[in-house]
Design a protein around this ligand. Structure first.
Ligand SMILES: *Cc1c(COP(=O)(O)O)cnc(C)c1O
Length: 424
């Protein structure tokens, strides 16, 4: 049996209807922004492998730091014990996050970072004997696939089978251009009518919801409304964190500061699964008590894994270097240039850019479903031409590793240009 046959025999893939899906592509090697399949075909990874990989595949610096950690301490439990990599990472992260963030809680993936944030927000009010059990979220949000994260997510066919089994979530419109007032008014109304504990939001860009973008001023306004009602704010920066928006964090565009922040994806540069939820002192103090029942009784076996922490520390070294910051600016400028050239293209409805993220909405007669025909044809065309792009419905987005070269990025643009002529 070859790899594909064995894969189909043994593996249940994520988000996959196995009866109708094409067989998976076997990738055997990665270097920089490139991936190679078992037949030697080369692909440009223009989506950082589901948004995790900012510094390229098989990055030697990060690999060396991980190896060093593995040969001195691979893991120790964080319950009752601690270790220098976790402490150094916490200190370093807090020094670059919004100033009010003061405690770091470790977990394993974006969904669990959100799960921890939502549980903490609900328990914060439980500890105070205040009945606040509703979570506010944006329409079309994506916060992950565990139960509370799924409840806060608005993408229906991901969550359809579980309707009626969720915690209480109320949705408000995203303040995209033209919908700002409606968004503010709905939030005011929801906070007045429900016992709300927290408002959770993707910062400035809704990733899986189709790379929808909105302005920092709008988020400041929504956070202000929450603060007036003493409702906690949870910034889900799982996708936007670590440079994606052009600043270190999406929250760096804001005047206000959220109470809680969720981080994962680029945190360990696509090496070791890890996530972090950070909290303001005010939230932490809501658990700090002589009463053991007020503790946050949440934890995962691999919490604060030293190897993951070493990977995250190495990632921060690279991210904060001048070279990498220059790369981020360079990609942003290229995106703006592409936007200028193509925004009036007859097959382009609109092009949005923030930081290293570019989203191109293809003009389409009917409303495209997430896995519709146009989407599948575009996806196949890109792969055939050696570019890994995964459109969301009729939205083609680029979210490249920061080390992508000018030539590689130009190839991505020209492949999209050809797709507009040949596929759409
Ligand atoms: C991907 C993502 C998550 C979930 O992260 P996983 O690691 O896939 O569990 C949560 N929030 C946002 C904004 C994401 O993009």
């Amino acid at each position: 049996m070859n790899w594909v046959e064995k894969d189909l025999e043994y593996i249940w893939h994520p988000y996959t209807q196995h009866k109708t899906a094409k067989p998976p592509i076997v990738i055997v090697k990665g270097k920089g922004a490139l991936l190679w399949d078992e037949n030697g075909k080369e692909y440009i990874d223009a989506i950082a492998s589901w948004w995790v990989n900012p510094f390229g595949h098989s990055n030697k610096y990060i690999a060396d730091q991980i190896y060093k950690q593995l040969t001195s301490l691979e893991h120790v439990l964080l319950g009752g014990f601690t270790h220098p990599p976790a402490i150094m990472l916490a200190e370093r992260l807090l020094s670059i996050l919004p100033k009010n963030q003061s405690k770091v809680f470790f977990s394993d993936n974006g969904s669990t970072s959100v799960e921890v944030a939502i549980k903490a927000a609900l328990q914060y009010f439980y500890n105070k004997n205040e009945k606040r059990t509703t979570i506010v979220a944006f329409e079309d949000a994506f916060h992950g696939d565990t139960f509370a994260a799924m409840a806060a997510s608005g993408i229906s066919f991901y969550t359809m089978a579980f309707q009626g089994m969720f915690i209480d979530v109320v949705r408000i419109p995203v303040p995209v251009p033209g919908k700002e007032a409606q968004s503010y008014e709905t939030l005011e109304k929801v906070l007045t009518e429900h016992h709300c504990a927290a408002f959770i939001f993707e910062v400035l860009i809704q990733g899986a919801g189709g790379m929808k973008m909105y302005e920092p001023e709008c988020l400041d306004k929504l956070i202000g409304i929450c603060q007036k009602h003493q409702v906690l704010t949870i910034a889900d920066e799982v996708m936007t964190g670590f440079g994606r928006t052009g600043k270190l964090f999406g929250c760096d565009y804001l005047k206000s500061q959220p109470d809680v922040l969720c981080l994962s994806k680029a945190l360990t540069a696509g090496t070791i699964p890890m996530a972090i939820t950070t909290f303001s002192k005010n939230v932490f103090d809501g658990f700090y008590s002589d009463d053991i029942n007020k503790a946050l009784f949440h934890g995962h076996t691999f919490t604060g894994n030293p190897t993951g922490c070493a990977a995250a520390l190495a990632s921060l070294d690279l991210l904060l270097s001048k070279d990498m910051q220059d790369n981020i600016s360079r990609i942003h400028r290229s995106h703006l240039e592409f936007q200028r050239r193509f925004k009036s293209h007859p097959r382009v409805h609109t092009i949005r850019v923030r930081g290293v993220i570019l989203a191109l909405e293809v003009s389409s007669q009917q409303k495209e479903s997430y896995y519709g025909n146009l989407r599948n044809n575009l996806y196949d065309f890109f792969l055939k031409n050696g570019v890994m792009l995964r459109p969301i419905g009729n939205i083609v987005y680029i979210l490249p590793p920061y080390i992508i070269s000018h030539e590689q990025l130009t190839t991505v643009y020209s492949t999209i240009e050809r797709a507009l002529e040949e596929v759409v």
